[in-house]
Design a protein around this ligand. Structure first.
Ligand code: ZN
Ligand code: FE
Length: 256
């Protein structure tokens, strides 16, 4: 297996769709296609033949292109077996601990509920690539639409345990607004200040802030730092259960 080639397609206001190709076999996966047309167009430009759709969760801005892409390419749709009824066109259900083979590139499936009750992530260990949908964002995390703070904290704890060099391919460019919030709860964090400066110059140059590195997120993302004493103290919860600190930080973000 060779390292995946990854293409990033910006769509809608702030979504990213990804194309990932295993170069030896030519197998290509689309991850979370909000729409079909921009994906089919990009694949045609590249001469890539789409063989799979990988979905992380059921929201329309992640599965909206499923049926049209499937009809156009006859690809196989892979999605969360934890949520069998809400993924259009799903052929293969995968669950926590399963692996998925993309033409020789192996992805491990991680169950990361919280944003939705069935959310999964795909970790291509050998390519150091994590496709995590709306669970983890750069300097943020997904809203809790269907899960509890405790569930989401457990999901984020699993993700942050991945290697520091893991590239986080999340599904939205929310980083600048996430940083504004993060600085309000963790203003003394030097890693966060560095990330803020970096993202400011990336965005000013018209570039994306995604993917980001797990090592950097662990240091700067307040939602991965609910067990850091400084953060607990900053929200007035010194010594509290990290899941409760997480819940408070998430609550504050919801009303920021
Ligand atoms: Zn979502
Ligand atoms: Fe989304």
């Amino acid at each position: 297996m060779a390292r995946l080639e990854i293409q990033q397609i910006p769509v809608l206001n702030d979504n990213f769709i990804y194309l990932a190709r295993e170069p030896k076999s030519g197998a290509v996966a689309v991850i979370d296609p909000a729409l079909a047309a921009p994906v089919l167009e990009r694949a045609a430009q590249l001469g890539w033949r789409i063989t799979y759709i990988l979905n992380t969760h059921h929201h329309a801005d992640h599965v909206g292109g499923n049926l049209e892409i499937k009809a156009a390419t006859d690809c196989t749709v892979v999605g969360p077996g934890h949520d069998p009824d809400r993924i259009p066109g799903m052929d293969i259900q995968v669950k926590d601990g399963d692996s998925f083979d993309l033409g020789g590139a192996r992805a491990e499936v991680l169950f990361v509920p919280g944003h939705t009750r069935g959310h999964i992530a795909y970790w291509f260990k050998d390519s150091a690539a994590l496709f995590c949908g709306d669970t983890l964002f750069s300097i943020g995390c997904g809203r809790l639409f269907e899960g509890t703070p405790r569930q989401m904290w457990a999901s984020l704890e699993r993700l942050r345990a991945l290697p520091a060099e893991t590239q986080i391919y999340c599904a939205h460019e929310y980083t600048e607004s996430n940083i504004r919030f993060a600085l309000s709860v963790d203003p003394g964090n030097a890693a966060l200040q560095r990330r803020a400066a970096e993202v400011k110059s990336l965005r000013a140059a018209g570039r994306y802030s995604v993917p980001s590195l797990m090592g950097d997120e662990c240091a700067a993302n307040p939602f991965l730092r609910a067990d850091a004493p400084e953060l607990a103290a900053a929200v007035g919860m010194k010594g509290c259960d990290p899941a409760e600190v997480f819940a408070e930080v998430r609550r504050r973000k919801d009303v920021f």
